[in-house]
Ligand binder design. Sequence first.
Ligand code: ZN
Length: 144
Amino acid sequence: MSSRDLKDLHASIRHLAEQFIAEANLALKQNNPSIEVRLICTWRAQAQQDELYAQGRTKPGKKVTWTKSSAHNTDLPETPHGDAEALDVGVFENGKYLQGNNARELGFYLSLGPIGERFGFVWGGRWKTPDYPHYERKNWRTER
Ligand SMILES: [Zn+2]
């Protein structure tokens, strides 16, 4: 189970996430009217995270996550009141999800990163194993 609803985000980032998506749409649509930026995940159940973690390890497929304790999960000790600390932002073209698998598609994701960072999010695109659609609240593990 998972959600793509803003209301499932930690209260301190709900409004920032909304503004980020709005600004991301303005930025991309300027030159690409068929492009749309949407929230694709906020909250994700631990069972689903464990499934994702198994992919490419104990189950077939390509690795899609490096962690069992994601900021999307809400049943960790760090997320006691059940609010997701992360959001995944997808880029769509004429309604079709773009994976970011070629230079053009990746370019859209790369242009969104700095916009998300302006709203204070940590962007997964800067990680050693990049997660381009992923944004999370700074210091979510240690600061409530
Ligand atoms: Zn994510």
